[in-house]
Design a protein. Structure first.
Ligand SMILES: [Ca+2]
Ligand SMILES: [Ca+2]
Ligand SMILES: [Ca+2]
Ligand SMILES: [Ca+2]
Length: 208
């Protein structure tokens, strides 16, 4: 009885893990463009960039159907909370029907910290995503001299709620928020199950 219950519980847990959706994420990071390869390089050129060093990148084309999409950009040192003339880093996406660079919004963040800014993409961008979404960043848009600078770690396109990797350069899954089991987790779970079953059997054996 005990053994059967244990097996049922563990199978239930594994079922929950196996059915958590691996929704699509497309991660653009170093060595593409000026994405920072690791934290030691954060303040170095060409990764730490100023008002006249605006740049862009293109996500991979993603096939299939989806119903929600977000663009998530992890950035370092977005001084958007500065008390005077705060940093404004504007993010644009190309929208093919209107043939315009559409302003998604500005990066949010804090002094000397890595963090994500999430932009919800409307359905007008879905066909652009299917052919490879193009992004452009206007750094320190309100200044015409060196004032604020920013470094990026990654740009993550998440469809239908795909989990984001960690915000820091080089950080991978699991992340922020949604736990994603890795093969190692299943191994641990499996060996734990074997151990528990053995223990249960031993105890039952002693009582008998
Ligand atoms: Ca600029
Ligand atoms: Ca700063
Ligand atoms: Ca479109
Ligand atoms: Ca800054």
């Amino acid at each position: 009885m005990k053994t059967a219950k244990l097996i049922a519980v563990v199978l239930g847990v594994m079922f929950i893990f196996s059915t958590s959706a691996y929704a699509v994420v497309d991660v653009i990071q170093s060595p593409t463009g000026y994405f920072c390869p690791d934290e030691a390089q954060t303040y170095n050129a060409p990764y730490y960039r100023w008002y006249n060093e605006d740049w862009g990148w293109t996500h991979n084309a993603i096939g299939g159907t989806f119903t929600t999409a977000t663009l998530n950009i992890s950035a370092w040192d977005v001084d958007a909370d500065a008390y005077s003339e705060p940093e404004v880093d504007n993010i644009y996406a190309w929208e093919n029907s209107s043939a315009t660079w559409t302003l998604l919004g500005s990066l949010v963040g804090n002094d000397n910290a890595w963090g994500y800014t999430t932009f919800v993409l409307g359905s007008e961008f879905f066909d652009d995503i299917a052919s490879g979404l193009q992004i452009w960043m206007d750094i320190d848009a309100t200044h015409t001299q060196d004032w604020w600078a920013v470094a990026l770690a990654k740009s993550v396109l998440s469809l239908d709620g795909g989990a984001l990797p960690g915000a820091n350069p080089g950080a991978g899954l699991p992340t922020n928020g949604t736990p994603i089991p890795e093969p190692g987790t299943f191994m641990l779970l499996g060996s734990g199950l074997v151990g528990l079953l053995g223990y249960g059997k031993a105890r039952l054996g002693k009582k008998a």
